[in-house]
Design a protein around this ligand. Structure first.
Ligand SMILES: Cc1cc2nc3c(=O)[nH]c(=O)nc-3n(C[C@H](O)[C@H](O)[C@H](O)COP(=O)(O)OP(=O)(O)OC[C@H]3O[C@@H](n4cnc5c(N)ncnc54)[C@H](O)[C@@H]3O)c2cc1C
Length: 464
């Protein structure tokens, strides 16, 4: 007999994490009743694609990493892998010393493994000499936090490669992706390969050189869908069918003997297990009654707010290099923008031959200026930055601003240990109530798919 037949699991939130969890449960545990409750009128959360300048331009994430398996595997399972596309432009630059300078070829998350690839003048001689060596720490690395011996990315890179490598290359890249500060970011959570390599006897750089030696330089780092990331969501929603219910805001979750009561604006659901996949601050409110200590941990997770502007220029007013995907702007450069992606150079499906479409980001954990500007003021400020960096003086033919308040979770040193303790507390105080999402294993889409699948596996184990 199927032990899950007739049992009900509620997933709260229909972003990529919640839909991945629900899909996993639906496929792996036939007979289990699965319901996804989503507060918004549509599923997708931070994955939103809308037409801009007549093209499907994403308002948030536009692609996912291929160097880790979870999102790619999900696409294969959904029959989407043949439709995925790789970026046409692979190299990117940094706005340094008042000009665009290429990120050294062969870098791993901004860390150059070969000093010969570093443009003259980009790094001081002392750092270049260190980059030619094995990357052993200046002094023995401290024991760090928890069993993983977690340190900040800043501590690791400063010690093994030099301050300028951290400040001019690694921080702009990692800080750009996560809107955070590499000096505060957990190396175990964000770049575990750096931590392992830095703690090895061979040294950070030597270990990474060996690890990347066989890698195919032409293999795409990212993939996207030509219809936008929303296509992944639409496919999942289609598979999950009636199981996904939108306009269903969950207000509270309480235990009732061995069932869970899920209160909504317009009724109550009961379930044998609940998987909460909302952003951490909402999850904190929802689990507070059942597990106050988990709520405290979730409430303590800091989030950066970011704004993303899509801007379209006539091609005659702005031409960008076809072989460049865009550039990052390090902190301290006196600009509002943190990154600029050349959408049409990066993705051929966003090149209509007539326009140059840019996706320009602003906002970091230590810079909330863009959140306090109205859309017109923000676009004006970003146009000023584009004039400085790309020299464009003409006005755009279209601009669209999307706000993502408190959207990018920060992973401080010790985050993994904290999350493990939080999940242990939840398991003890509230068995059957699970919390996951982008604040757990990482904010990237692959990490979210993994988090959803892990939660589904934990539910399966609980239900037998
Ligand atoms: C501007 C930006 C660009 C990004 N770019 C990339 C990229 O290129 N590649 C990449 O891999 N990642 C990128 N990311 C990160 C990635 O998009 C997110 O981390 C990921 O989409 C989060 O998914 P999630 O399902 O965990 O959360 P969400 O997408 O936030 O989903 C949570 C869902 O819960 C719902 N919800 C909230 N409260 C309730 C409630 N009370 N009841 C019911 N439902 C509720 C919300 O409406 C939402 O739909 C980017 C993020 C941002 C902000």
């Amino acid at each position: 007999m199927n032990p899950t037949a007739g049992r009900h699991v509620v997933v709260v939130g229909a972003g990529i994490t919640g839909l991945s969890a629900a899909h996993r449960l639906m496929v792996d545990r036939p007979g289990l009743e699965v319901t996804v409750l989503e507060a918004a009128p549509a599923a997708g959360g931070r994955l939103v694609t809308t037409p801009f300048a007549g093209l499907p331009v994403d308002e948030g994430a536009d692609s996912f990493l291929m160097s880790v398996p979870w999102a790619a595997d999900l696409c294969t399972e959904l029959g989407l892998s043949d439709e995925l596309v790789a970026p046409s432009a692979r190299s990117a630059s940094l706005w340094l010393d008042e000009r665009l300078r290429p990120i050294p070829a062969g870098s791993v998350l901004g860390l150059p493994l070969d000093p010969a690839m570093v443009q003259p003048g980009l790094l001081p001689e002392a750092d270049l000499r260190r980059l030619a060596g094995p990357g052993l720490p200046e002094k023995r690395l401290p024991a760090g936090d928890g069993p993983a011996g977690d340190l900040s990315i800043g501590e690791v890179i400063r010690s093994c490669a030099g301050d300028a490598v951290l400040e001019r290359l690694v921080d702009p890249l990692l800080g750009g992706v996560n809107a955070g500060l590499a000096d505060e970011m957990s190396c175990a959570s964000m770049t575990p390969q750096f931590l392992r390599a830095a703690r090895s006897d061979d040294g950070l750089l030597a270990t990474l050189r060996i690890a990347t030696a066989g890698a195919d330089p032409a293999a795409p780092i990212f993939n996207a869908h030509p219809a936008g990331m929303a296509h992944l969501i639409e496919t999942l929603v289609e598979r999950l069918a009636h199981r996904v219910r939108t306009n269903q805001r969950v207000l509270s979750i309480t235990a009732d003997e061995n069932r869970w009561l899920i209160d909504l604006d317009n009724g109550t659901e009961t379930a044998d297990a609940v998987v909460v996949t909302t952003p951490a601050p909402v999850a904190a409110t929802l689990v507070k009654a059942a597990c106050p200590r988990a709520a405290t941990t979730l409430r303590g997770i800091r989030h950066a707010s970011v704004s993303l502007a899509a801007v379209a220029y006539r091609r005659s007013d702005l031409e960008v290099p076809a072989d460049q995907s865009g550039f990052l702007v390090p902190r301290g450069s006196d600009m509002l923008m943190t990154a600029c992606s050349f959408a049409g150079s990066k993705w051929s499906h966003l090149d209509d031959g007539e326009h140059t479409i840019l996706r320009v980001s602003a906002g970091r954990i230590d810079d909330d200026r863009s959140s306090h500007m109205d859309d017109d003021t923000l676009v004006t400020a970003l146009r000023r930055d584009l004039s400085t960096t790309l020299g464009v003086k003409a006005g755009p033919t279209a601009a669209r601003v999307t706000r993502w308040p408190d959207s990018l979770a920060q992973f401080p040193v010790g985050h993994r240990r904290q999350m493990a303790e939080m999940l242990l507390g939840l398991n003890q105080d509230a068995p059957g109530l699970f919390v996951t999402g982008s604040a757990h294993n990482g904010v990237g889409i692959p990490a979210c798919v993994r988090s959803g699948s892990d939660a589904a596996a934990a539910v399966s184990e609980l239900l037998g």
